[in-house]
Design a protein around this ligand. Structure first.
Ligand SMILES: [Zn+2]
Length: 235
């Protein structure tokens, strides 16, 4: 076994581990994109439901005012019917005043009913945009799902390929460094290896000792005392 094998092997392994980690990140991004689009659709649906509710409430309010108007009008008719039965002028005048006051009240109600109907028309205008927002959100969600499905298939195939390369590269590791490598990768994954950067660890930038650099130059496996990375010399 040549001394350069370890550095070359670690360099390759580090690259493959980073590729795998990157592929896993990209795979994980797919469901997050779908979740975000689903969230947008839910928000659009909530907006639509709120618009429907607004229409319902506005109609109900206008209907109630109309009922009040009808009962007020019935009351006025009733009072008018009683005018002839008045026995004194004073009684007659009191009744006339009451009827006049009630008529004023019905005018106010009529205005309120008009306003209520205008309000119904206004809230009805909120419905078409809310429906369009749902349709747009549905379309985006479907497009994102299709994109993610395609991407996932590609990324999974790529992961299988890199995984095979990784297994092949691991098989080439010198037997005496394999255990340390496996232990480090198990706990730190792709971050378990770092290239030496000048005279520092490329992972945590801790200064390496002269002794460590000498061992690295001899092709030994050295791990950083700062971050625990397996170190290798850059090409
Ligand atoms: Zn380090």
């Amino acid at each position: 076994m040549s001394l350069a094998v370890t550095a070359d092997a670690l360099r390759t392994l580090h690259r493959l581990h980073r590729q795998l980690a990157d592929l896993r990140d990209q795979l994980a991004a797919g469901p997050r994109r779908i979740a975000a689009r689903t969230q947008q659709l839910r928000a659009a649906e909530a907006g639509h439901a709120a618009a429907l509710d607004g229409i319902k409430k506005a109609k109900l309010a206008a209907d109630q005012k109309q009922l009040q108007l009808r009962s007020a009008e019935a009351k006025i008719l009733d009072l008018e019917g009683k005018l002839n039965a008045c026995k004194t002028n004073r009684e007659y005048q009191t009744l006339r005043d009451q009827i006049a006051a009630d008529r004023m009240a019905t005018k106010v109600l009529e205005d309120e009913i008009l306003e209520g109907l205008e309000r119904v028309d206004a809230v009805k205008k909120e419905l078409p945009p809310a429906e369009s927002a749902i349709a747009a959100a549905r379309k985006l969600l479907a497009e994102t799902k299709a994109e993610v499905d395609g991407e996932t298939a590609r990324l999974e195939a790529e992961s299988v390929r890199v995984g095979r390369d990784l297994a092949a590269a691991e098989a080439e590791l010198p037997a005496d460094s394999r255990e340390l490598y496996q232990r480090t990768v198990k706990s730190k994954g792709a971050d378990g290896m770092a290239a030496v950067d000048g005279t520092s660890c490329g992972g945590c930038f801790q200064q390496l000792t002269g002794n460590m650099l000498a061992e690295l130059a001899m092709g030994r496996v050295v791990h950083c005392r700062g971050c625990g990375c397996l170190l290798y010399l850059p090409r």
